[in-house]
Design a protein around this ligand. Structure first.
Ligand code: UDP
Ligand code: MG
Length: 136
């Protein structure tokens, strides 16, 4: 059955700053993800606040938004069958110290806040997040 999906991935400032974006993109490609769209940008804090609105009541919200807007990021639309869940699996657990071997966060993540990548957590949110970065 064809279950082609698109999801939003972000290479976060800690990874872009360490020039890991090319390497991380290669991992996605090797795992069968097509990078349909991508852009390297730096967003304003107010935009990060919109993007992470679902977390607005969390204690880490302010730091998270400050962080995402602290430097360049690479936003990508990834496409493959089961892209949303497969990307979550490839990313690994939110806290790199809980992430399993072979995941991006295990390999590159520094801490729970500097965990190198973002990925949409549902098909519904993927559509919203893709629109957020790539609505023409
Ligand atoms: N985060 C944090 N402290 C926490 C939980 C999350 O700094 O205690 C950050 C972390 O960078 C994470 C982001 O907030 O990637 C969004 O949290 P979420 O629970 O959605 O994790 P994700 O979906 O990114 O795995
Ligand atoms: Mg999330």
């Amino acid at each position: 059955m064809n279950n082609l999906e698109q999801t939003l991935s972000i290479i976060k400032p800690d990874a872009v700053e360490r020039n890991l974006d090319t390497e991380i993109k290669e991992i996605f490609k090797k795992k069968g993800f097509l990078i349909k769209k991508e852009k390297k940008i730096q967003i304003e804090k107010i935009e990060a606040e919109k993007f992470y609105k679902v977390h607005e009541t969390k204690p880490f919200y302010n730091d998270l938004c400050a962080y995402l807007s602290s430097g360049p990021i690479v936003a990508m639309v990834l496409e493959k069958e089961n892209a949303v869940l497969d990307n979550r699996e490839l990313m690994g657990a939110t806290d790199p110290k809980d992430a399993v071997e072979g995941t991006i966060r295990k390999k590159y993540g520094i801490s729970i806040d500097k965990n190198s990548v973002h990925g949409s957590d549902s098909l519904e949110n993927a559509k919203i997040e893709i629109d957020f970065f790539f609505k023409d």
